[in-house]
Design a protein around this ligand. Structure first.
Ligand code: TYD
Length: 213
């Protein structure tokens, strides 16, 4: 993998898989190597996108239909890409994103019931072929992930209150995506300790970009 796409990395997976921990670690490692790093979470990452995040994640489950959720996610994403991600990549920074378009494909599409062709069509309309160069899928048994989420102090958002079947579907959907796009997606066993997960992430980046970290 060469070029700027290599520096745009997304982290995907179920709740409680440890994405934010790994993003912090990787950001620190890249910065220690003199690299500029921009991190963002989705939905969110700009003040307006954070406002959309509260709208879409707040309230009771079922407040928005999956199709409405998809539209809100893409409104937030479009602004994040235009004002934060593209400018960062253009000046040579790395961008580490906690979730990106695969989350919509999985949560609203494959697990939520919006036809995948519709999600992909909206992506093309809004972002063309803009996508991360590398995506880490932190894979974890949904039960284990939910245990980690429940042990956090924060109140659960509406996505964290769904039934196990939804999370099982989402997990399968991520694994299917990874099989379909093996050159972009790296599946990581997130049940292992954070150091082991981090080592696999670093190896994958070194192998794909040639950058020594
Ligand atoms: P968050 O608390 O950040 O969860 P996590 O720590 O698991 O990332 O909440 C984000 C939620 O939004 C998460 O449950 C997944 C969901 N989501 C979608 O359904 N579609 C999307 O496009 C995105 C970006 C997130």
């Amino acid at each position: 993998m060469t070029g700027k796409g290599a520096q745009f990395i997304s982290f995907e997976g179920g709740e409680g898989a440890g994405k934010s921990t790994q993003i912090k670690r990787l950001a620190a490692r890249l910065r220690a190597h003199g690299q500029e790093v921009v991190t963002a979470r989705e939905p969110g990452g700009t003040p307006d996108a954070e406002a959309l995040r509260s709208l879409v994640l707040g309230g009771a489950p079922g407040r928005w239909s999956p199709r409405e959720e998809m539209l809100l996610m893409y409104a937030a994403r479009a602004q994040l890409v235009r004002t934060v991600i593209r400018p960062a990549l253009e000046r040579g920074a790395w961008v580490l994103c906690d979730r990106f378009a695969d989350s919509t494909l999985v949560y609203q599409g494959l697990a939520g019931g919006v036809p995948v062709a519709d999600v992909r069509a909206l992506h093309r309309l809004v972002l063309g072929d803009f996508n991360p160069g590398l995506t880490f899928i932190l894979d974890l048994e949904p039960d284990q992930g939910m245990q980690r989420v429940h042990s956090r102090a924060e109140a659960l958002n509406q996505f964290e209150q769904r039934d196990t079947q939804f999370y099982e579907k989402a997990r399968e959907a991520y694994l299917r995506l990874a099989r379909e796009e093996p050159e972009r997606c790296v599946v990581i066993d997130a049940a292992r300790p954070p150091d082991a997960v981090e080592a696999q992430i670093v190896d994958a980046i070194q192998a794909r970009t040639g950058v020594q970290l």
